[in-house]
Design a protein around this ligand. Structure first.
Ligand code: COA
Length: 214
């Protein structure tokens, strides 16, 4: 955990995520701590090729959340393996998603009876640098009434969350230019014509949840 990480952020973010999540979607967050790689179950540790300690720590923190969310829906002790594409292999009948920034991990799960596929992303609440904004934004994006300073950051997180929701269904690698996001209506469309709904919060972190109806 970096010195900038504030433990009260965890509580505030948990509340913000619960408030924006659609019915049936369970969410959680965790500040990433030294030693969080120990939360990887042995099979999970073997499925994750990353050797850098910070990446393994972040994956461990995200799985710590996912293990609890999965236990709540009847999958206690489930090993959430990383597949070769990078996407996690959720239990039969469950969809979910993981993300981490430098300090915070987040996860969301839902029964596929209500939501066909989920995606999530977390980002610091900071403006997106101009050079990255020009890579991420396309003319078809609509910012609506979103915070002007943070619109680029929200778009960035939305496209990553939409990609994570769409990939398990379409198996297509998408670039930022392949996803048009409308923050006003809360919808996005991919190059594959996949329609995705989005919800987001900006404080204390930018988190976007993307969900595709079953
Ligand atoms: C999925 C991807 C965008 C994640 O971005 P990231 O900034 O590296 O990491 P995040 O913290 O946001 O998310 C990481 C989690 O995403 C999940 N993930 C990775 N690949 C995934 C995929 N293809 N489908 C769904 N989820 C995926 C994993 O659970 C991963 O966590 P883990 O490594 O602990 O298991 C990236 O790994 C990727 O595949 N990029 C290629 C395509 C791309 O970047 N397009 C531009 C954005 S649309």
């Amino acid at each position: 955990m970096t010195p900038s990480a504030d433990p009260s952020e965890e509580t505030a973010l948990a509340r913000a995520m619960a408030a924006m999540a659609p019915a049936g979607v369970r969410t959680g967050c965790r500040l990433i701590h030294e030693g969080d790689e120990a939360h990887l179950l042995p099979a999970e540790a073997g499925s994750i090729p990353a050797r850098q300690p910070a990446m393994r720590r972040a994956s461990g923190a995200a799985r710590w959340i996912a293990h609890r969310l999965l236990a709540d829906v009847g999958f206690d002790g489930f090993a959430l393996l990383r597949t070769p594409s990078g996407a996690p292999a959720w239990p039969e009948g469950i969809t979910g998603s993981l993300a981490h920034d430098d300090d915070m991990a987040v996860a969301a799960v839902a029964p596929v009876a209500g939501i066909g596929s989920l995606g999530i992303d977390v980002e610091p609440t900071l403006p997106l640098p101009d050079d990255i904004f020009s890579l991420v934004a396309i003319p078809a994006d609509r910012i609506g009434a979103a915070d002007r300073q943070l619109a680029g950051r929200i778009l960035f997180a939305a496209k990553e969350a939409v990609y994570k929701a769409a990939y398990p269904l379409d198996r297509e690698v998408l670039g930022y230019e392949d996803i048009a996001v409308d923050l006003e209506t809360g919808h996005a469309t991919t190059r594959m014509r996949r329609k995705v709904s989005i919800a987001y919060c900006i404080a204390p972190r930018v988190v976007v949840l993307a969900f595709i109806a079953e």
